[in-house]
Design a protein around this ligand. Sequence first.
Ligand code: FAD
Length: 426
Amino acid sequence: MVTAGFDVAIVGLGPTGAVLATVLGEAGIRTVVYERDPAPYSQPRACHLDAEIARLLARHGLADELPSLLTVSAGMEYVDRPGGRRLFTFEGFEREPLLGWHEDYVFIQPELETALRRRVAEFRHVTIRWCEAPPLDALRAEARFVVGCDGASSAVRRAAGIGFTDLGYDEPWLVVDLDLHAEPDPPLPPIIQQVCDPRRLATFVPGHAAHRRWEFLLAEGEDPDPWTLLGEWGIGPQHGTLVRAVKYRFHALVADRWREGDVFVAGDAAHMMPPFMGQGLCSGMRDAENLGWKLVEVLGGGDPALLETYQAERKPHTEDVIRLSVEAGRTLARLAADPTDLPTPSAPDPTRWSRLPGLPLGEFPLGHQVPQPDHLDDRLSPWCWVAADDGFVAPDGRPVVVEPRATYGHRAVLVRPDRTIAALAD
Ligand SMILES: Cc1cc2nc3c(=O)[nH]c(=O)nc-3n(C[C@H](O)[C@H](O)[C@H](O)COP(=O)(O)OP(=O)(O)OC[C@H]3O[C@@H](n4cnc5c(N)ncnc54)[C@H](O)[C@@H]3O)c2cc1C
């Protein structure tokens, strides 16, 4: 393939494309990004992200901005009616912030995207073209690799002939976003609630700053007045400004292939999930980070086979996260039908930063994030060993950082650029 100056062409500067452009920009990879919308999509969509993603964003230049962009979330509970009695919670998993960040945060997606776009604009080797992307053939002529980060209706995915598999969720929901006035202060729950009310399933999220989010299950064809639904929560126009009330179909879809030759898909272009675990954007950023460092290594002369591990690692992980999200949604309906039909709470596990699985690299802690006590990331190079003692000699000559609190009891763990544990030494 003849290339005209770029190593990577990215279509889409949403959260996924912006993280990928940042990873490539930091490595000086010649990158072109096509984005048709000069302003980030203005409506709040994602409002939750997790510790791994906060850590990722901090590592990629947003550390100073995160305190103003994020609010620590108090977690999630299932209740029997709006603002009602707790039936179930995942709080058995609450623990010290193992990755250096709390397990859950709320945020406002357009604010985060604005910060990410500012970051991408810093890189000399990253060219942003504010226009519709050209057809795939033209992109492939322009760059050695093409990555479709172009969202759910991805033209790149379709042009590459990649289809979706349906993992079995398809329901209409109304998403309602409100900006609370300073006064009067309504008595809303301080924690994310999954409302298992047989009359109508709902989700409530006490968001960042004045943002409050509700999601209401709809009957097919139903078109209720949002203020009537908010009235059940004691909320009226005196309490805030309606930012939007939009119907969505929540899906559970995963791309059959994440690569076709030198073309990759990432983010919503590769998967969609119902938002009950708040993991769509998080999964897209994980894709971008995973593919990003691998492209950097291969473009730097590394073994091209490394790129095969992108789908091998990210697809099964995302499928697991989609299943967890679908299960979190199905639990609402189950508890609405029978409030005693409770999920079995897993035992608290202080070694796990989250309920999420690791990448499929082997037995725990392989495939999991290395813990981050005391800003450990600041001391790590892209690949390095983290050892329990200073007598450890790296078998591969890579740098060694001594931090016994980050080895899960092993003599040393090998950490990849994405902070995933890739090997153990005992
Ligand atoms: C109601 C709702 C709640 C959600 N809650 C959460 C949550 O709490 N936590 C979470 O992690 N996720 C959540 N999500 C999911 C999250 O919003 C998405 O997963 C995320 O926005 C996907 O990012 P992306 O960059 O992959 O795609 P997008 O955000 O869709 O970005 C794609 C970009 O590509 C551009 N583009 C597309 N086609 C072209 C083209 N041909 N040429 C040029 N540019 C193009 C678009 O303009 C856009 O900027 C939620 C989603 C919804 C709808």
